[in-house]
Every structure is written in structure tokens, then in C-alpha cells.
Design a protein around this ligand. Structure first.
Ligand code: HEC
Length: 133
């Protein structure tokens, strides 16, 4: 399972690079090839993002969090900007969602979510961190 996530993460990173290249490419043959690659990778990206997004919608997260505005908890975009995605950071934040707690954004605590699996929590974190601006 873990390995699949890493592969998906890499696919995400490559999708971002390919997207940039296709913009600057002028050679039509290259453009066609690049577009095909981008389409293949971004379908993976979409699946990956959708899992986390759907889990967030299904849980109570959005009562305290908005994508681009602080409510009770920080805006997800601010969370994404504060951290650099790595296996460690994803695990730490996934644990925090499960256990709850305060201190990184102020004294208001996040409620614990003990029913979440670590895998689901990781998917949500990966989606949140993908919102980086
Ligand atoms: C009761 C309100 C509340 C709910 C519900 C809630 N959060 Fe939070 N969340 C907070 C608060 C408050 C913080 C800031 C905690 C701090 O200062 O360390 C926070 C912080 C976070 C952070 C950043 C943690 C850090 O240490 O930087 C993430 C990621 C996060 N929440 C994700 C989620 C997800 C995913 C869910 C749904 C499963 C969720 N939150 C549900 C209130 C909430």
C-alpha cells in the first residue's frame, strides 16, 4: 500500500513538470507526445486528489476548515503553504488529525478523529498539501 502512494506522489510531481514543459514547447511532434503523457499522468493525479477530497467532504473537516479562509481551523491553503510534503510531514499531520491537538496555529484545538484510519488520514493530508500556492 505504502509503495503505491509513493508512486502516485511521484506521478503527481511529474505531472506538474510535464504541464510546464508542454506550455513552452513549440515543436508539434513534441507537443503531441507531451500532451499524451500529461493526460495519462493527470488522470492518476485526479484519482489521487479525489480520494482525499471526498474523504474530507464525508467527515466533519469542513465545519472548521475552508480551502482559502480561516474559520475555526486554518485555511487548507495556509496549511499547504506552511509545510513541504514528505512522508514524515504527511504522517505527522495525519496523526494530528486522528489525535487532535493545538499549538501550531494557536490555542484552539482540533477535535480528534479516532475513527479515521491512518491511510484515509494520509489521503486527506495529501489532498490538502496539494493546494499549495
Ligand atoms: C472542531 C474543529 C475542527 C475540525 C472538525 C477539524 N479541524 Fe483541523 N484544525 C482545527 C484547528 C483549531 C487547527 C489548528 C490546530 C493547531 O493550532 O495546531 C486545525 C489544524 C489542522 C491541520 C494542520 C495541523 C498542523 O499541526 O499544522 C490539518 C492538516 C487539519 N486540521 C486537517 C483536518 C482534517 C483533515 C479534518 C477532518 C478529518 C479536520 N482538520 C477537522 C480545527 C478542526
Amino acid at each position: 500500500m505504502k509503495r503505491t502512494f509513493i508512486v502516485l506522489g511521484l506521478a503527481l510531481a511529474f505531472a506538474a513538470c510535464n504541464g510546464n514543459k508542454s506550455n513552452s514547447s513549440t515543436d508539434s511532434t513534441t507537443t503531441t507526445t507531451t500532451t499524451a503523457t500529461t493526460t495519462a499522468s493527470s488522470s492518476t493525479t485526479t484519482v489521487n486528489d479525489t480520494v482525499g477530497k471526498a474523504l474530507i467532504a464525508k467527515n466533519d473537516c469542513l465545519t472548521c476548515h475552508k480551502l482559502d479562509q480561516k474559520i475555526v481551523g486554518p485555511a487548507y491553503q495556509d496549511v499547504a503553504n506552511k509545510y513541504t510534503a514528505s512522508a514524515d510531514v504527511i504522517d505527522t499531520l495525519a496523526n494530528k488529525v486522528i489525535k487532535g491537538g493545538s499549538g501550531n496555529w494557536g490555542s484552539v484545538p482540533m477535535s480528534p478523529h479516532p475513527d479515521l484510519s491512518m491511510d484515509d488520514a494520509r489521503e486527506m493530508i495529501k489532498y490538502i498539501l496539494s493546494l499549495k500556492k
